[in-house]
Design a protein around this ligand. Structure first.
Ligand SMILES: [Zn+2]
Length: 283
C-alpha cells in the first residue's frame, strides 16, 4: 500500500510564502492498494496535482480506473473535482462514493458546484469519463480496488463527515478528516473504526487552545487526534487538515505538541508525522 498526500489544508486553499513546506492545497489523499488500482480520499484542490500526475499513465489513454471516497461535500473536499483532468478523458472509469440519503442526492450535490453560475466548462454528465455515483450505507462494508471499506459518520457541521477504514489484506488505513467530537472526545464507534490501524490520518485543524476557542466549527484539535490514536491503539498517527491561517512554523509546533501529548497519554509507541503536500508514505 502506498499513500500520497496532494492536499493537507482545511477549509480553504492557503498558498503563499508561509505555507510552502506543508502546502496550501485542500484535502486530497491517494492510496495505491497492494494489488494495484487507485483509491482517492476527498477531492479538495490537491486533486488537481494528483490528476496531472496520472495523465502520463493509463488515465491519459482512457484506460484508467479509480474509486473516489468523499468524506463530505464541503468546499475543501470537492473543489478539486472539476479540475481533476482524468475525468475529462473518455474511456476512464470512476466510482464516487459519499454520504447522502440517496445516490441521486449525492449526484445533485456534485452537479451543484458545476452549475453554470459557478463553473464555466462542463457538467458532470459530459465530462468524458464514465462516472458512477453511489451513496454509502453506513455500517455496510463495500469493496473497492480489492480493499474492504467501512465508513462511519463523525460529528461535523449539520450533516457530519464520513470517516473511512480501508483494509488491504489485513492491514488498515483509517482516514478521519473533519471530526468535531466535542468535549466527550471520540465516540466508541469512531474508535472502533480506527482500531489497530497501521495509519490513522486524522483531522488536526487546531492547537488545543484554538480547538476550544472555535469548538462550534466542528473540527479536531491535535489533542483530539491524539485521543483518537491512543484509544484506537493505532501504529502511526498522521496529522492532517491544518487551519488555513497556520504557517509552517505553526504546524511544526502543532506536531511537536502532538508528540508531547502522545508521550504523556499512553501513546509513546505511536509514531507521529504531520502530513506534507507532495509526500508519500509506504506501508
Ligand atoms: Zn474540511
Amino acid at each position: 500500500m502506498q499513500l500520497a498526500f496532494w492536499g493537507v489544508r482545511g477549509s480553504i486553499p492557503a498558498p503563499g510564502p508561509a505555507t510552502v513546506r506543508y502546502g496550501g492545497n485542500t484535502s486530497c489523499v491517494s492510496l495505491r492498494p497492494s494489488g494495484g488500482g487507485l483509491i482517492v480520499l476527498d477531492c479538495g484542490t490537491g486533486a488537481r496535482n494528483l490528476g496531472m500526475s496520472l495523465i502520463d499513465g493509463p488515465f491519459g489513454e482512457g484506460r484508467g480506473e479509480a474509486s473516489i471516497l468523499l468524506s463530505h461535500a464541503h468546499w475543501d473536499h470537492i473543489q478539486g473535482f472539476p479540475f481533476f483532468v482524468p475525468l475529462y478523458q473518455p474511456g476512464n472509469r470512476f466510482q464516487i462514493f459519499g454520504g447522502a440519503q440517496s445516490s441521486a442526492m449525492l449526484e445533485g450535490i456534485l452537479e451543484g458546484q458545476m452549475a453554470p453560475q459557478y463553473f464555466p466548462v462542463q457538467t458532470l454528465k459530459n465530462m468524458g469519463a464514465s462516472i458512477e455515483i453511489a451513496a454509502i450505507r453506513e455500517g455496510e462494508p463495500f469493496q473497492v480496488a480489492g480493499c474492504t471499506v467501512r465508513a462511519r459518520t463523525n460529528p461535523h457541521g449539520r450533516a457530519g463527515a464520513l470517516a473511512f477504514r480501508i483494509e488491504d489484506r489485513g492491514r488498515a488505513v483509517a482516514y478521519a478528516s473533519d471530526a468535531g467530537y466535542g468535549p466527550g472526545g471520540p465516540p466508541a464507534a469512531s474508535i472502533e473504526l480506527y482500531r489497530g490501524a497501521e495509519v490513522l490520518i486524522h483531522d488536526s485543524t487546531y492547537t488545543p487552545e484554538d480547538g476550544r476557542r472555535y469548538a462550534n466549527r466542528g473540527f479536531s484539535s491535535v489533542e483530539d487526534a491524539v485521543a483518537a490514536a491512543v484509544a484506537g491503539a493505532v501504529k502511526r498517527l498522521v496529522l492532517f487538515h491544518y487551519d488555513q491561517d497556520y504557517s509552517d512554523a505553526d504546524v511544526d509546533a502543532l506536531c511537536a505538541r502532538g508528540r508531547r501529548l502522545l508521550d504523556q497519554r499512553g501513546g509513546g509507541s505511536i509514531e507521529l508525522v504531520a502530513a506534507v503536500e507532495g509526500a508519500t508514505l509506504a506501508l
